[in-house]
Structure formats: structure tokens, C-alpha cells
Design a protein around this ligand. Structure first.
Ligand code: BDP
Length: 697
């Protein structure tokens, strides 16, 4: 009886939601718009039949307004298209073209590409166009992805916890797989395909060997089957010591023929279950993970051995450059370059080296990683973090488009016109591999990413991976229109909030190039005072080096000389605090508290000004959001409103705790007009968060 009552009230809610969608939107549909109620859907014809084409057709039937021209989905080599002048070559395997065309005497909208997946991308481009204010009458779209690999990295554990995940448990229900394929798996694939993502690494880089055992291969195969029609390949993180842990070998030395043979057989087993398996992602000799260095072998030895195992099947290896060792007294920011640069040219041709956007670790701002441009003979894949480990978890609003764009647009200074984006995109010389990887922010939360605005980070990652030349502002508009509808006031306000949001986080967590000032382990909240952790580079004091006289990390010649890892033109700019952008100042320089900034303020005054600005920016975002209350459905509006209030409180906490700490070191008074921290430094130091989410266990 109770159940029936519960069900009927659920029905009532659902009916209400359908009748007035403005009242409730739980965010499940992401940016994909609500389906139109089609009484007479536009006819969509397929020149061939395949699961992928059927999906594409269904999407278009749902999206196109009644009365639109009929649509034809056809591969570019279809004889019916001869004479239309479609340049097949230029579209590659994944590029699409949408245009008006006379076919068989009828005027139609043609969606074409070399492959079914390309056509599906074309169909989603039509949806995007329609849902961001485009007109069905003048559909003329053409786009070719600039990278081959557009991959999400899930740091999901086999027990369902997500390392650095703030949107609930892992989407993958390993326990009920492979039997039960939750409908959500297809929705996940659909969302990814809609933004051009074509690969997903299912398990954490801190990998368990069990994910390579037969039962887990079968589970992964079940997911691969769901994802396949959407053009999404699956990859697995491989634990380097798996031959010992699940293979019964005594060693995992990559030069040992028995080890190589074990991996070859393992690859064969995986490919029998998943014929289009993408390959392996490896975190080796980093933060305690096993790797080839345990045996005196190099990263290239390790990567190439795995690469040989997947090569006969067309697989690849993404080998991470995120390495640093406590045995190495060198500046942590230098270690990846020091270790990997000499290996350039030594990797097999199906290996990519995966390089984080900056040399430390996904901070709210880091200068681009010096490996970009430094390994011309090795394909590099850039790794960004979509989940906001260091930008306020799920609750803070921080649109990452500007962060991604800043890194992608950075000139490397190595070759004329070369940028990070050009290093990681397809080359004219036909280098086979290129790509962008993003650490996913997706979990079992109903809205997938923990907040509506976090969905924008998933979105912008996919769109920039497809084409790094797109503008983060334009993508914010595109996302806002698809997510909130066509009210221009909503779109303008939302975009304005998004575009200021990341800088606000930089300001209240670590302005002027400060970094890694986070509390231990969970990284929730400030901990600039932490100095007692076993490894020096785990301590925030290692990064800010503040003392009575000054603050900042000297990475010039008088210090660690990390700047020498950049091309000379870039190194020259960073060598002098005067030519270093203020946003990166203390990343490269240790300066006295009374150092004069360009406008005459002291460094201390400027630092405080920026902390204050960060808090004020969050207050301003709250006000902007408040104006949208009558224009946005209550469910998404309220959650965002509450989250902004949390962010405001926590921005204030960051600012107060940080300033209390800096003052305890420099003894300086706060500039006039700047409020004293609410509590004592001791109070902030005592704060504990034992159950903060996302913390590895
Ligand atoms: C750090 C995370 C840690 C990851 C590591 C990585 O704190 O959980 O395992 O990056 O990228 O940012 O491997």
C-alpha cells in the first residue's frame, strides 16, 4: 500500500514536471535539451543500417522542428552523393558535414562523413546548432576534430569509490556487471559522443591488478558493448606489477621475456573479449606506484614492452609523465622534464606520453608544462583535471574553460608559432597520435557532475579536445543556451558568471602564482602552514617558502633554475620578476614582502587585494545568480544558490586563514580597509574534515 502511494506520488511529480518543465529540472539531461513532443517527426532516411546510424536518426527526429526538410544520413562514399563535391579526404575519419542538398530530385538536409561515427557527430552538431539558437533552415556545418584521442580518465576504484570524485559513487556498478547494463551507461556514452569524446579509461590510474583478471575483463567488455555504437573505445589503467600480483611471476621487469610474454597473452585475452579495446594508461613510479624504475629500467623500456603487447591489435599506451620521487632533492616542478626529455625518440610509435597541463599538479593556475615542445619525436597527450580537486570540489563554481584555454594557447617558444595546442593536435607530417585527456568529474549523482555548472567543465573539455582553437567564452555561451534555454538574459548572466569564476578561485586560494597551499590528503580548504609531512614536497611550506623577509619559490638561476627547462625566449621572460606576468610571479620568484609591483603597491598589499577580490567576486556571482531566480527552474536554481553561498563562506575562510598565516610570518599589518580574519590562526589550523569526499583510502 505504502509502495503504491509512493509510486503514485512519484507519478504526480513526473506529470507535474512534464506539464511545467520550468518548475523542476534535476539536471540529468545535461546540455542535451529536452526532447520535443513530436506529433509528426521530420523524416530521417538512412542510406544504410547500423546501430550508430539509428542513434543518429533518433536524435534528429527528436530535435528537429516539425516541418523541417527531410534528412538523409549517408556515408560520404555513397553513390547518391556523387556530384555534390564532398571532399572525403578532408573530412578524415571523424569529421562531419551538414548541408542542404538536392538528392534524387528532393531537397534534403544531408548529414555525412566518412564513417557512421562521423555522421553521429554531425547529428549532434545539428542538435547543438538548434539548441543554441541556430535555425533549421540554414544548416551548413562542417568540422573535423584536431585530435585523434579525446579521452576521459575515470579515477574510479573497483569498490565504487572515485578518487577525487565529488559527484557520488562510480557510474560503473562493477558488482552487477556484466549481467546488468544500467541504462545510464548508454546515456553516458550519448553525452560523450555529443561533444566528440571517443575514449574512456574505466579505472583509476592508481590501479588494482584485479581489473585485468578474467571477470573484470568480462565486465569491461559489457561496457564496451554499450559504448561501441557511440564511438567510445574503452581503455584500462594497467598496474605495472600485475604479472607478479595476478600472473604468478617473480618480477615485472620489462626486459624479462617472461614478463613481456605475460603482457602479450593478457593483451590477447582482452582483445578476444573487446576487439576494439583502446589500450593501456599507466602511472608508473609515481606516488608509490610500481614501474620499470624498480628494476633499473627506464620509462621507455616499460612503455615499449606494453606497447608491443597491444600493437598487433592496434592498441596504444598512454604513459604518464607525472613522476616525482622523494629520493630526488630536485625541485618537484623539474622532475618530469628531467626524467622524460632524454627519452624523446625512444618510445615505440604506439606510445603517447601523457603530460599534465602544468609541472606540479592541477593547481588553479600553473604555467604550462615545459615538456610541451621539448619532446618533438614523441606524441604527447595533454592531461587536464575536470574534477575540481583543487578548485573547491563540486560545490564551488569554477568554469575551467579559461584554464584549459590559457594552457592550450600558451606559446612554447620552441618553434615558430608553436603552442601547447599545436603540440597535442594532428600534425601536417601525419604523426599518428595526438590527444587530450581529462580526469572525469562524473559520478552517480543525478546531475552527473555534482552541480549544474560542473557539467560545463565536462562539456568544455570535450569541445576543446575536438578543437583547441575554440574560445572558452563561445563555448560557455553554447553550453548555457543548451542547458538553460534561449532566454538571452539568462545566457548573458550565466556566461558572465562563468567567465569570472576561475580567476576568483585563484584569487582566494593562491593569488600571484602561489600554489599547493591545500590541506593535507583531501585537499579541502587551506593548509599553507603544513610542514610536518614525511616528504618535503607534500608540504605547502615547500611551495610558498614564506619567511619574515619574503615569499615565493625561486625557480630562476639563483634558485632551482626550473626556468631553464623552457625555451630561451620563455625562460628570459620568467628570469626577471618585472617581465613575469603577475599571475605567475611567486611561482618563479622569491620576493620581499615590500617588493614594488608595477603600480607601486607592495607585494603584500597586492596579495591582500587579490584575496579580497576573490571573495568579492563570489559575492558578485551570488548577486548575479539571484537575479535569475524567476527565469530558471526551481530545482537547479536553488541548488546553485546554496552552493554559491557555501562557496562564499569558504572563499572567506580561505582568505582569512591564509592572511592569518601570512601575517604570523611577516608580522605586517593589513592594508587600510581590509578586514581582520574572523578567527585566530590556531582556529583554522585545528579544523579537521575526516570524511571529506574523494580522498583515497
Ligand atoms: C593528484 C591526486 C592523486 C592522484 C595524482 C595523479 O591528488 O589522487 O593519484 O594526482 O595524478 O593530484 O596520479
Amino acid at each position: 500500500m505504502k509502495l503504491i502511494r509512493r509510486l503514485s506520488s512519484l507519478w504526480a511529480c513526473a506529470a507535474l514536471a512534464l506539464a511545467s518543465p520550468a518548475l523542476a529540472d534535476d539536471g540529468y539531461r545535461l546540455w542535451l535539451g529536452s526532447a520535443r513532443e513530436q506529433t509528426s517527426p521530420v523524416p530521417v532516411e538512412l542510406s544504410d543500417d547500423s546501430p550508430t546510424l539509428r542513434i543518429a536518426a533518433e536524435e534528429l527526429r527528436r530535435a528537429l522542428p516539425a516541418g523541417s526538410r527531410p534528412v538523409l544520413l549517408a556515408r560520404a562514399d555513397d553513390p547518391a552523393l556523387a556530384g555534390l563535391g564532398i571532399e572525403r579526404q578532408a573530412l578524415g575519419l571523424e569529421g562531419y558535414r551538414v548541408q542542404r542538398a538536392m538528392i534524387g530530385g528532393r531537397e534534403m538536409t544531408l548529414v555525412t562523413g566518412a564513417t557512421d561515427i562521423a555522421i553521429l557527430y554531425g547529428a549532434f552538431a545539428v542538435l547543438r546548432h538548434m539548441n543554441s539558437g541556430g535555425d533549421a533552415a540554414d544548416l551548413a556545418l562542417i568540422s573535423v576534430p584536431k585530435t585523434r584521442l579525446r579521452i576521459l580518465n575515470h579515477w574510479d576504484n573497483l569498490d565504487g569509490a572515485v578518487e577525487r570524485g565529488y559527484a557520488g559513487q562510480s557510474l560503473w556498478d562493477w558488482w552487477t556487471l556484466p549481467d546488468f547494463k544500467h541504462p545510464r551507461y548508454a546515456d553516458y556514452a550519448r553525452a560523450n559522443a555529443s561533444i566528440g569524446i571517443n575514449g574512456t579509461v574505466l579505472n583509476n590510474v592508481n590501479a588494482k591488478a584485479q581489473s585485468l583478471t578474467a571477470p573484470y575483463i568480462a565486465k569491461a567488455a559489457a561496457l564496451a558493448e554499450v559504448f561501441r555504437p557511440y564511438g567510445i573505445k574503452i581503455y584500462l589503467s594497467a598496474r605495472f606489477s600485475a604479472p607478479i600480483e595476478i600472473g604468478g611471476l617473480k618480477t615485472a621487469d620489462p626486459r624479462d621475456p617472461a614478463v613481456a610474454a605475460w603482457w602479450k597473452a593478457k593483451a590477447g585475452e582482452i582483445y578476444r573479449a573487446i576487439p576494439d579495446f583502446g589500450g593501456f594508461l599507466v602511472k608508473a613510479n609515481s606516488e608509490g606506484q610500481p614501474g620499470p624504475r624498480d628494476y633499473g629500467a627506464s620509462h621507455a623500456d616499460g612503455a615499449n614492452m606494453l606497447a608491443a603487447a597491444v600493437k598487433p591489435h592496434g592498441g596504444i599506451v598512454m604513459w604518464r609523465a607525472f613522476v616525482y620521487a622523494d629520493t630526488d632533492p630536485e625541485d618537484r616542478a623539474k622532475q618530469a622534464y628531467t626524467e622524460f626529455k632524454p627519452l624523446d625518440g625512444q618510445f615505440a610509435d604506439n606510445v603517447l606520453v601523457q603530460v599534465k597541463n602544468g609541472a606540479i599538479d592541477f593547481q588553479p593556475r600553473e604555467p604550462f608544462h615545459p615538456l610541451f615542445g621539448a619532446m618533438p619525436k614523441t606524441p604527447l597527450i595533454a592531461e587536464f583535471q575536470i574534477t575540481k580537486e583543487y578548485l573547491g570540489f563540486a560545490t564551488h563554481l569554477a568554469y575551467l574553460g579559461p584554464l584549459f584555454e590559457e594552457v592550450l594557447d600558451a606559446p612554447t617558444g620552441v618553434r615558430r608559432g608553436e603552442t601547447v595546442a599545436s603540440v597535442i593536435t594532428d600534425k601536417a607530417d601525419g604523426q599518428a597520435l595526438s590527444g587530450m585527456a581529462g580526469v572525469a568529474n562524473i559520478g552517480r549523482d543525478r546531475d552527473w557532475s555534482g552541480s549544474t555548472f560542473n557539467q560545463a567543465n565536462w562539456y568544455v573539455f570535450g569541445r576543446l579536445a575536438w578543437d583547441p582553437a575554440l574560445s572558452s567564452q563561445a563555448l560557455a555561451r553554447e553550453w548555457a543556451a543548451q542547458t538553460f534555454g534561449d532566454d538571452p538574459v539568462v545566457i548573458d548572466t550565466v556566461v558572465a558568471m562563468m567567465m569570472r569564476s576561475r580567476e576568483a578561485v585563484v584569487d582566494y586560494t593562491g593569488p600571484l602564482g602561489l600554489a599547493h597551499l591545500f590541506a593535507t590528503g583531501h585537499h579541502y580548504g587551506p593548509g599553507p602552514w603544513v610542514s610536518d609531512l614525511a616528504r618535503p614536497e607534500w608540504n605547502p611550506v615547500y611551495y610558498h617558502r614564506a619567511d619574515k623577509q619574503g615569499i615565493g619559490f625561486d625557480r630562476t638561476r639563483t634558485g632551482s633554475n626550473a626556468i631553464a627547462q623552457y625555451a630561451p625566449s620563455i625562460a628570459r621572460r620568467y628570469a626577471d620578476p618585472r617581465s613575469t606576468p603577475p599571475e605567475e610571479l611567486l611561482w618563479f620568484h622569491h620576493l620581499p614582502w615590500d617588493y614594488r609591483m608595477a603600480d607601486g603597491k607592495t607585494l603584500w598589499e597586492e596579495l591582500v587585494r587579490r584575496y579580497d577580490r576573490g571573495v568579492a567576486e563570489v559575492a558578485a556571482m551570488r548577486e548575479q545568480w539571484a537575479t535569475l531566480k524567476p527565469r530558471i527552474d526551481a530545482e537547479r536554481w536553488t541548488k546553485t544558490d546554496v552552493f554559491l553561498a557555501v562557496q562564499h563562506r569558504e572563499a572567506q575562510w580561505w582568505r582569512d586563514a591564509s592572511l592569518a598565516y601570512w601575517r604570523s610570518i611577516n608580522g605586517l599589518a593589513l592594508p587600510a580597509g581590509s578586514k581582520a580574519p574572523e578567527h585566530s590562526l590556531e582556529h583554522y589550523k585545528q579544523m579537521r574534515f575526516p570524511f571529506a569526499p574523494g580522498n583515497p583510502h
